[in-house]
Design a protein around this ligand. Structure first.
Ligand code: ADP
Ligand code: ZN
Length: 801
C-alpha cells in the first residue's frame, strides 16, 4: 500500500503543542485510526510520552517533512474517537483566530484527564488481569506489542483514566463569613482564609500551587475547625446552586410554570422555530422588555428542538442565572434530558460529563445543555439552537487564557449544523441592534410585560449638593425608601461599588492607603477587618499603621454596599436585616441563592447590591428600585461607558413593578443634564441607540471599525522595560502605516500598574480583523523576545482597563 496513507499528523495537547507527523504502527489494524482519535506519541530524543489528537490521516507526501525518520504512534487512548470532525473544525478555526497551535486550543478545551498520557491499560487475558502503563508499552519488544494488539482488537483491554488526583478533585471554600475566629498569630490560617475568600471555591491543587505546600497544614486545621470545606463539592452542588428543587416550594413553583404562552410569545416562538427549520444557519434577536417573558420562549424553543431530535444550548452570563434556567427547564418539562454545565464542577465531574456528551453525540442523541459560556465547547450532535440570554452582557467575552467572544463561537457552531442562534435582551448590544437595522439579522419584538404590567416611572434626584454627608442617599430618596417599607413593599438599591469605603485617608499625614502592587486606593472592608485591593486581591489587616507615617487614624471616604447596608438597617423594624448581594456576600457557594430566596420570601424589605442584583431576577413585591450613584459607569475609560450604563440602569429599573403593584425608579446623579437619563426614563432603547450610533460613527468606533488592543506589560523593576515598549511602539506604528491601520498609543493603560507590572496599551482600528492580525504578527517579529515583556492581542476588547 501507499506508505503515505500510513502517516498521520497529531496535535499534542501538552507543551510544545505542535502538530507533528507520525507513522502508524504495524501492530494495530489500519482501519482503527481516524481523525479525532486520542493517541499517545513519543516526543524528542528521549521519547517522552504525550497525549495528542489525530488531526489528519493519510497525509499527502508533500506535507510530510523529508529526510527525517518519523516515529511511530505508540498506542491509541480510546477505541472510538472522542471528537468528531465538526469539533475538530471548530478547534482549527479557534486556533487560526487566536494565532496559537490547535493542540493548545485542545489543551484548553478538554478536561485535564482527557489530555493526559497518564492512562493505564488493563488487560484481561489468561490468569489475573494485568495493568500496563504506556511507558511499559514503549519498552516492549515488537512481538509483545503484537500480542497486546490482538487483545486490544478482541476487546480484552480496558483504558483506565489517569489515577484520580485528590488534590485536583478536592474543592476548598470558606464556610463562614468574616471576621473569622482565628488568633492574630495564626498568620498562615488567615492567609488561607483570605485567599479562599478572594478566589472563591478552588481546587486544593490550585491553592497549594498559589500559596505553597506550607498551606496544607493550616488548611487542614481550618477544615477541622469547620471554617473551610475541603472535598468534593458535587454532593452539595445540587442544593447549593439552587438547582435542587426542595419539595416544599416544588408544587408552587411547578404550578407557576404551567401557563400557556401569550400570543406575542407564540409569535416569537414561531419566528425562532422557523429559523431552526430553515435550511440555512440563522440568527435572531429576541428584543423583549424586562418582564416580557423571554424565558418561556427559550424553554418552548428548547422543547421543539428536542422533539425534532436536535440539541440545544441555553446560555446565561453567570452561574446563578444558568442554574435558574436549568431549574426552569426541570419545572416546565420534568424528565427532559437536560444537563447543567458551569465552572464549579470538579475535574472528575467535568471529564465524566464531557465523555457522556461525546458518547451521546456519537449516537446522535439530542441533549439540552443549560450553562455558562464555556458550555459552548461541549460536544453535541446536530445542534438545533443556541440561545444567549442577556446577550449584551460583557461576561460573554472571555479575556483570560483563551480569549473568545461567545457570540462568535455560538454562531460558528450553529453554522456547522444549520441551526439558529437566538440572542435575547431587553437592552441589546449596540452592535447587535445595528446588525438588525442593517438587515443582517431579523429582530423579534416583545413590547409588553406579561400580564400587562407597566414599566416603572423613573425620576432623577440631583445629588450634586447633597446636604447629608453621611450617606450618598438624598433625603427625599431616604423618605421614599421608608414609605415603601412602611407600606409592606420591597425596595432594591443598586450601588455598583462593594466594600465599606473605597478610599481611606490617613488623618495624620493626609495620604491615601494604596496597594503596593497596583498603586490603586485600597477599599475598606469592615466585616473582614481589612483593606483590600480590588484589582489584585492584596490585603492588609485593618487597622494597620499608615505606610508613610505609621499613624493609625483613618477617615473612610465614599460609600460602598457594606456601608449602605449599615445606613439602611436603621430604617427597618427591630430584628430585621437589610440583605446585601455582592461579590463579598456571595463568596460561599449557595449564598447567592439563599439571599435571593430570603428576599423572595420577603424576609427583608430592602436588598442592597451591585450589578448582580440587576440581572434576570424576578421579585413581584418590589415597587421601588434606587440607583444610588448613576454616574459611576459613565466616567469609565471605555467607548461603551454610556451603553453599559444604559443597559445596567434599564435592567435595574426592570426589577421594579414586576408584580401587580406599579413600580417606580429613582436614579441619583450629579449630572442631571446628561443625555442618557431621558432615554432611560422613557425606556427608549431605540432613541438611545440612534444617539449612541451617531457618536460612534463620528469617533470611529465599532460597529464602524474593527477595534483591538495590544496589551504590553513588564515588571516595574526592569530597567530595559521602557526601551522595549518604545521599540515595539515604533514597530507597531510602522506596520500600521503600511497596512492602513490607525494606531493610538502605546500609552499607559488606565490601570497603569497591576500586580507589580507596568502596563501599556495600544488601540488599533481597522476595517477587518485580518489586517489587525497581520500587524500584530509583524510587530511581534520586530522586537527581541523576552520573557519579561508580556505582549498580547485582544480583538474586540470588552475590558478596556
Ligand atoms: P424576561 O426574562 O423577559 O424579563 P421572564 O421570562 O423572567 O421575563 O418572565 C417574567 C415572569 O412572567 C416570570 O415569572 C414568568 O414565569 C412569567 N410568565 C412568562 N410568560 C408567562 C405567561 N405566558 N403567562 C403567565 N406568566 C408568564
Ligand atoms: Zn493591587
Amino acid at each position: 500500500m501507499n506508505e503515505n496513507l500510513r502517516i498521520v499528523s497529531v496535535s499534542l495537547m501538552a507543551p510544545p503543542y505542535t502538530t507533528l507527523h507520525y507513522r502508524l504502527p504495524e501492530w494495530l489494524p489500519e482501519d482503527m485510526w481516524c481523525a479525532g482519535l486520542r493517541v499517545a506519541v513519543p516526543l524528542g530524543a528521549r521519547g517522552t510520552l504525550r497525549a495528542g489528537v489525530i488531526a489528519a490521516c493519510g497525509c499527502a507526501p508533500d506535507t510530510v517533512p523529508q529526510g527525517i525518520e518519523l516515529k511511530a504512534v505508540l498506542w491509541p487512548l480510546e477505541f472510538v474517537p472522542l471528537l468528531g470532525e465538526e469539533y475538530l473544525e471548530m478547534v482549527r478555526q479557534l486556533a487560526v483566530r487566536q494565532m496559537v497551535p490547535p493542540g493548545q486550543i485542545l489543551g484548553m478545551l478538554l478536561p485535564a484527564g482527557l489530555r493526559s498520557a497518564g492512562v493505564r491499560l488493563r488487560v484481561r487475558a489468561g490468569g489475573r488481569p494485568r495493568t500496563l502503563r504506556l511507558r511499559d508499552i514503549a519498552k516492549m519488544a515488537d512481538s509483545e506489542r503484537h500480542v497486546l494488539a490482538s487483545h486490544w482488537s478482541a476487546g480484552r483491554v480496558e483504558v483506565l483514566e489517569p489515577e484520580t488526583d485528590e488534590a485536583e478533585n478536592d474543592i476548598c471554600h470558606v464556610t463562614a463569613d468574616p471576621p473569622w475566629p482565628v488568633r492574630p498569630a495564626a498568620r498562615r490560617q488567615t492567609e488561607v482564609l483570605e485567599y479562599l475568600w478572594e478566589n472563591g471555591p478552588v481546587s486544593r491543587r490550585r491553592m497549594l500551587h498559589d500559596l505553597g505546600t506550607g498551606a496544607q497544614t493550616p488548611l487542614l486545621t481550618l477544615a477541622e475547625r469547620g471554617l473551610v470545606h475541603v472535598g468534593p463539592l458535587d454532593a452539595e452542588q445540587a442544593e447549593v446552586c439552587g438547582c435542587g428543587i426542595d419539595s416544599a416550594c416544588h408544587t408552587e413553583a411547578f404550578e407557576n410554570q404551567l401557563f400557556e404562552l401569550t400570543d406575542a410569545q407564540q409569535a416569537a416562538l414561531r419566528a425562532c422555530t422557523d429559523a431552526v427549520e430553515s435550511d440555512s444557519a440563522e440568527t435572531r434577536l429576541l428584543f423583549g422588555i424586562t418582564g416580557s417573558g423571554k424565558t418561556a420562549v427559550y424553554l418552548e424553543l428548547a422543547r421543539a428542538c428536542l422533539e425534532k431530535g436536535l440539541s440545544v444550548m441555553l446560555l446565561a452570563p453567570e452561574v446563578a442565572l444558568a442554574c435558574k434556567l436549568y431549574r426552569d427547564v426541570q419545572l416546565r418539562f420534568p424528565g427532559l434530558p437536560a444537563v447543567l454545565y458551569h465552572g464549579y464542577q470538579s475535574a472528575h465531574e467535568r471529564e465524566q460529563q464531557f465523555l457522556n456528551l461525546a458518547a451521546q453525540a456519537r449516537e446522535g442523541r439530542p441533549v439540552l445543555i443549560a450553562g455558562t459560556r464555556s458550555a459552548l465547547f461541549l460536544p453535541v450532535a446536530s445542534l438545533g439552537a443556541v440561545v444567549l440570554d442577556e446577550e449584551h452582557d460583557a461576561s460573554f467575552k472571555q479575556d483570560e487564557r483563551l480569549s473568545y467572544q461567545a457570540k462568535e463561537v455560538a454562531w460558528f457552531r450553529v453554522a456547522q449544523s444549520k441551526g439558529a442562534l437566538v440572542l435575547g435582551s431587553a437592552t441589546p448590544d449596540v452592535k447587535t441592534f445595528h446588525a438588525v437595522r442593517e438587515g443582517h439579522m431579523p429582530g423579534i419584538v416583545l413590547s409588553e410585560r406579561v400580564g400587562g404590567g407597566t414599566l416603572p416611572a423613573v425620576e432623577l434626584v440631583n445629588i450634586k449638593d447633597n446636604a447629608v454627608k453621611e450617606t450618598i442617599l438624598a433625603p427625599q430618596t431616604l423618605t421614599r425608601i421608608k414609605e415603601t417599607v412602611t407600606r409592606g413593599e420591597q425596595a432594591v438599591i443598586l450601588l455598583n461599588r462593594r466594600g465599606y469605603a473605597p478610599l481611606m485617608y490617613c488623618l495624620d499625614c493626609g495620604s491615601v492607603a494604596r496597594c503596593p502592587e497596583c498603586e490603586i486606593g485600597l477599599t475598606y472592608h469592615k466585616g473582614r477587618e481589612r483593606l483590600v485591593c480590588h484589582y489584585c486581591g492584596h490585603s492588609v489587616p485593618f487597622p494597620s499603621p499608615c505606610a508613610k507615617c505609621r499613624g493609625v487614624h483613618y477617615l473612610p471616604m465614599g460609600e460602598g454596599t457594606e456601608k449602605l447596608e449599615e445606613t439602611l438597617s436603621t430604617m427597618l423594624p427591630h430584628g430585621k436585616k437589610v440583605l446585601r448581594l455582592d461579590r463579598d456576600s456571595t463568596r460561599r457557594p449557595g449564598r447567592m441563592e439563599q439571599i435571593l430566596a430570603a428576599f423572595a420570601r420577603e424576609e427583608s424589605s430592602i436588598l442592597v447590591g451591585t450589578q448582580m442584583l440587576s440581572k434576570g431576577h424576578h421579585f413581584p413585591s418590589v415597587t421601588l428600585a434606587v440607583v444610588a450613584d448613576g454616574d459611576i459607569g459613565l466616567n469609565m475609560p471605555d467607548y461603551r461607558a454610556t451603553e453599559r450604563t444604559f443597559q445596567l440602569l434599564v435592567q435595574a429599573a426592570g426589577r421594579a413593578g414586576r408584580g401587580e403593584r406599579p413600580g417606580s425608579v429613582i436614579i441619583q446623579t450629579r449630572d442631571p443634564a446628561h443625555y442618557c437619563w431621558d432615554y432611560i426614563r422613557n425606556c427608549d432603547y431605540e432613541g438611545f441607540f440612534e444617539k449612541e450610533l451617531e457618536a460612534r460613527r463620528k469617533r470611529r468606533y465599532p460597529p464602524f471599525v474593527k477595534l483591538a488592543l495590544i496589551r504590553l506589560s513588564y515588571p516595574m523593576d526592569w530597567p530595559q522595560g521602557q526601551d522595549r515598549v518604545n521599540a515595539l511602539a515604533s514597530a507597531v506604528r510602522a506596520s500600521g502605516r503600511e497596512l492602513g491601520v490607525s494606531v493610538l498609543g502605546p500609552a499607559p493603560a488606565p490601570l497603569p500598574v497591576l500586580r507589580g507590572r507596568r502596563r501599556f496599551q495600544c488601540l488599533l482600528k481597522a476595517s477587518d480583523w485580518k489586517t489587525i492580525r497581520m500587524l500584530f504578527h509583524a510587530a511581534r517579529q520586530g522586537v527581541p523576545a523576552s520573557s519579561r515583556l508580556r505582549l498580547s492581542l485582544d480583538l474586540d476588547p470588552v475590558n478596556m482597563l
